[in-house]
Write a new protein. Structure first.
Lengths: 172, 172
DNA sequence: GGTTATTGCTTCGAGTTCGAAGCACTCAAG
DNA sequence: CTTGAGTGCTTCGAACTCGAAGCAATAACC
C-alpha cells in the first residue's frame, strides 16, 4: 500500500476507486432496467410511477404535496406533473389543491392505486432479492447501507449548484 | 400473522436492505445529475456521450464496434446510433464499415474527440472525488468494489429475460 | 395597505430514449 | 448456387424528460 505523499488530489483515481465506480454504474443501469421490466410486466407501471405510488403508500394519510414527491424521487417538477397526470387518468391517484395553500397540489392515493401497489409490490421485492440481495451477505448489506447512506447525505448537502444566478429579465 | 419459521424468503426486506436500496437509488440519481451537469458545463457532453468517448479512448486503437460500445454502457442499439450520429456531426468520432464484416460499423475517436476527452476528463475525475470519494475511506472503497462487483456479475449473468419469445408475425 | 419577492405548479418546446420493423450482409445446410 | 437462419445496424413512431417561461397564490417589506 503506497503512501500518499501529500494530501493533494491527483488527477487520477486509484484502481479500487475506478473499480468501485464502474461497478456502481453498471449495477445501477442493469438493476434499473431489470426492475423496470418487472414493473411494466406486473402492473404496467414505469419505475417513476411505481416510486410515486410507493411514496404515497408510505405517507401518513396516503397523500403528499407535488414538490415533496418530486424531491423524494429526485425528479423534475415538470416531469412529475406529467406522470401525475398519467396516474390520475388511470384512477390511481387524485390531485386537488391544498386547503392550506392554494398554490400547492396534493396528490393522494386512491383505493385502486393502493390495490395496484399491493399487487405489484411483492414482485418488486422478489426481484430485488433475486437480482441484488441474493448475492449479498448480511454484513455486505450493512456495509452498503452505511457507505451509501453517508454518500447520499453528502450529495444531498452538495447540490449541483442549481443553475447560475441568472440576471432578471429586462423590463419593457 | 405467523412468525417466519425458516429461511424461506419473506415478502419483505429487512430494514438494512431497505436502507441500502434507498441509499443506492438516491446516490445513483444524485450522482448522475451532478456528473451530467459537470460534463455539460465542461464540454457540452451528455453522460452517455462522455461514456462513449471514454470507452473509445480506452480501447486499443481508439475504435470499437457499435454493439460492443452499446453493451459496454448498457444502452439500446438505436439510442447508440442516435448518439453516434451526434458525435460524428461534431467531428469527435468517425463511423465506417468494418473491413472484416460489412455489416458492422466501426466507431473511432478522432484527434478532436481525443482532445475533448482530455479536456473534460480531469474535471470528471475531480467531480467524482468531490462528490463521492471524499467521504469514503480506503476500506469503504474496497468494500464497495467487492460488493458491487459481485452484484454486477450476478446481474450480467441474469439478464432481464430479453422480451418474451414472441410469436412471429404471420406471413403474407 | 401596497408593492415586490418568492413559492408551487403547469405549459410548452426541444431533445432523448426505447422497441419494433426493416435492410444488408454473413454463415450454414442442402 | 440457393435457401434460410442469424447478426449488425438503422429508421421509425411513440413515449418520456428536462428547463424555461408563464400563472396564481403567498410572504416579506416598507
Amino acid at each position: 500500500m503506497p503512501q500518499t505523499p501529500t494530501d493533494q488530489p491527483p488527477t487520477e483515481l486509484t484502481p479500487a476507486q475506478l473499480e468501485a465506480y464502474f461497478a456502481f454504474t453498471e449495477v445501477s443501469s442493469l438493476l434499473r432496467h431489470a426492475v423496470e421490466k418487472q414493473l411494466r410486466d406486473a402492473g404496467d407501471l414505469s419505475y417513476v410511477q411505481f416510486q410515486l405510488l410507493a411514496r404515497l403508500g408510505d405517507a401518513p394519510g396516503g397523500w403528499r404535496r407535488m414538490t415533496d414527491l418530486a424531491d423524494g424521487v429526485v425528479y423534475s417538477r415538470s416531469g412529475l406533473t406529467y406522470q401525475a397526470q398519467l396516474l390520475e387518468q388511470r384512477g390511481l391517484v387524485t390531485r386537488s389543491p391544498s386547503p392550506d395553500d392554494e398554490r400547492s397540489t396534493v396528490v393522494a392515493l386512491t383505493d385502486e392505486g393502493r390495490a395496484v401497489l399491493a399487487t405489484v409490490f411483492p414482485g418488486h421485492i422478489d426481484a430485488l432479492r433475486r437480482l441484488l440481495f441474493s448475492t449479498l451477505s448480511s454484513d455486505d448489506v450493512d456495509d452498503l447501507a452505511r457507505i451509501l447512506g453517508g454518500a447520499a447525505s453528502h450529495l444531498r448537502a452538495n447540490p449541483p449548484r442549481s443553475a447560475a444566478p441568472r440576471r432578471r429579465a429586462p423590463r419593457a
